[in-house]
Design a protein around this ligand. Structure first.
Ligand code: GTP
Ligand code: MG
Length: 299
């Protein structure tokens, strides 16, 4: 009999490279939020894939970037702490972008971690003639194995999974088979609402927004009642999110309700409220309350 293998796989990269798209594709289910706007993911989120012979725990992480506020610093910390927690790192690179200083910085950070790295060149559906060796020599990482994929079309994913599985150590099943994420239902729901705000609102507004689920309960009719609070940093942003006669908030509510219903497989009543919390992205106590801070590690 084949020995059971298991392990933790960190998905690291610059913003907008397709990390969350890849995690959704590997999980075979839409759990992570995806956006054309960078810095969509704010935390390390575990997604579990259990097969007959292996269990893989993928960590989706925030894109590594130059932080402009305390939230950004915590996001980078969440991504960088992942390097110490995993058996294997997938460095996700957007093959439509030329290598830059940011990529060199990521390569250095990954090298320092001493964890196994596989470079995964994504969005290959847009770049048929992309040259991986050239990219790797530009960032000084010629020795790392690499693979070309499209998280969007699924090209290269079976081979990627095969390689990951072969690389995992023999180990136990950490999570029950039916468990697909290490996060709560409430968390995934709040993320779906944030995803819709990323679609509907322009410029800084979505990046200044956080979503908190205040109440989630099943009514006797079988409908799920959800009360969610949308936090923004300024009253002007509150006005934008609400929109003329509440039109934008309604649009956000309707679209996110559909996603939540598909996720819960139940009818949902979504009650959305907007509140200003001045400059919350620079307040550590607020970040802590929202779950955006990394616990201090002692090792
Ligand atoms: N054409 C193409 N687009 C892709 C592919 N993978 C992701 N995208 C698109 O790239 C954008 C960013 O995808 P995300 O998955 O949100 O990227 P991310 O790396 O998680 O971004 P952050 O969370 O902001 O760090 C979205 O518009 C995706 O649809 C791909 O393989 N091909
Ligand atoms: Mg993401």
């Amino acid at each position: 009999m084949k020995e059971f293998r298991s392990g933790f796989i960190g998905i690291i990269g610059r913003p907008n490279t397709g990390k969350s798209t890849l995690v959704n594709a590997l999980a075979g289910e839409k759990l992570m939020i995806v956006s054309t706007k960078p810095q969509a993911t704010r935390e390390r989120i575990g997604v579990i894939l259990t097969t007959e012979h292996a269990q893989m725990v993928f960590y989706d992480t925030p894109g590594l970037h130059k932080p402009l506020h305390k939230l950004g610093e915590q996001m980078n910390k969440a991504a960088l702490n992942t390097l110490k927690l995993v058996d294997l790192l997938l460095w996700l690179v957007d093959s439509t972008q030329p290598p830059g200083k940011g990529d060199q910085w990521v390569a250095k950070a990954l090298k320092k971690s001493k964890t196994k790295v596989m470079v995964v060149f994504n969005k290959i559906d847009l770049t048929a003639d992309f040259n991986p060796e050239e990219f790797l020599s530009r960032v000084g990482a010629e020795e790392w194995p690499w693979l070309k994929i499209s998280a969007l079309t699924g090209e290269g994913l079976p081979l990627l999974l095969e390689k990951i599985e072969a690389w995992l150590p023999v180990g136990p099943q950490y999570y029950p088979e039916e468990m697909i994420t290490d996060r709560s239902e409430s968390f995934i729901i709040s993320e779906f609402i944030r995803e819709e705000i990323l679609v509907c609102a322009e410029q800084e507004v979505p990046h200044s927004t956080a979503v908190v689920i205040e109440q989630l309960e099943e009514r006797s009719t079988g409908q799920i009642y959800i009360r969610a609070l949308v936090l923004v940093e300024r009253d002007s942003q509150k006005k934008i999110i609400i929109g003329r006669e509440g039109s934008l908030l309604k649009k956000i509510g309707k679209a996110s309700r559909k996603k939540i219903e598909a996720f819960l497989e139940k009818p949902v009543y979504l009650d959305l409220w907007v509140k200003t919390k001045k400059d919350w992205r620079n307040s550590l106590p607020m970040l802590q309350e929202l779950g955006y801070t990394e616990p201090e590690r002692t090792d």
